[in-house]
Every structure is written in C-alpha cells, then in structure tokens.
Write a protein that binds this ligand. Structure first.
Ligand SMILES: [Zn+2]
Length: 150
C-alpha cells in the first residue's frame, strides 16, 4: 500500500489532471482510459472503472456500487467489441499499488499471441497503441457507441 493521499481520490477531486477526461461519470463511478504515465503511447482501449468512494477492494462496496460496476464492465466490453474490434475483454482487479478499487477492463485484439493472453495482454509489442490524439478519438468513439441504444 502506498502511503499518503490517494492518487485516485486526488484525480476525482481535480487536484491532479488526467490526460483525458472521464469516459463516463455517475453517482457511483468514474471511468477513464488508462493513463500514459510518462509514455508516449498507451495500449488502446485499456479502461479503468473507479468507485467514487475511497475503498480498497471487493467486499467493501454497497449493493448499488457493485451493481454499477458489473453493469459497466459489461457495457464497456460490448463497446470495445463493437467499436474497437476486441475479440475478448478481460476485467482485473489488482490493487497492489493504489488501495482504491479500480477495475481494469482490457480488450484483447485479434492476432494477440497466446503467450500474451491474460494480464500480459498489453505487453504484446505489436498491440494497437495510441498517442494522446488517437486515444481521445477512441474514447469519443466509445462514448458515442454507448450513447446510442444497444
Ligand atoms: Zn481513494
């Protein structure tokens, strides 16, 4: 666990700037594309569902928060498949570094070699990656897809 103020809470309060605004926000959740963390490009479509409340992990959510998380894992997976051509969508919770629940929702693209399936999917050197502009466009496509009725 990292000591000091929670990075995710600080981001939600607007004290640190994410590169790209939230893909979605409601009373329970923020959803963002994964940050660049100093890199020039990032794995395309790696999304994070974050609870608004500071809580460390599973077992701490209210029923309403848990329903919202499940609903959005499914919605994001549908959007990643339909809009971005993902052949499979993973959802992971690690929480090794930041003790504030964030669910990684990560597409696997066609052609990904088997050795990269699972938590290493974003390590495939030939995986689709984007710079800031490409990722902003990707997030816009997902927002648009989600806005239409599906
Ligand atoms: Zn927090």
């Amino acid at each position: 666990m990292r000591s000091g103020p929670c990075f995710i809470c600080k981001k939600h309060r607007g004290e640190v700037q994410g590169e790209i605004g939230p893909l979605w926000e409601d009373e329970h959740l923020y959803i963002y594309h994964a940050p660049f963390l100093g890199k020039e490009k990032v794995y395309s479509g790696h999304l994070m569902i974050e609870t608004k409340r500071h809580l460390p992990g599973w077992g701490e959510l209210t029923d309403a928060e848990a329903r919202a998380v499940g609903l959005w894992i499914n919605r994001l997976a549908a959007a990643l498949k339909a809009s971005e051509g993902a052949e499979h969508v993973y959802s992971f919770v690690m929480g090794h570094n930041v003790p504030h629940l964030h669910v990684h929702v990560v597409p696997r693209y066609p052609g990904t070699p088997r050795e990269y399936w699972g938590v290493r999917v974003n390590e495939w050197p030939e995986a689709p990656r984007g710079g800031l502009r490409e990722i902003e466009e990707l997030v816009d496509r997902l927002r648009k897809w989600l806005k239409d009725d599906h």
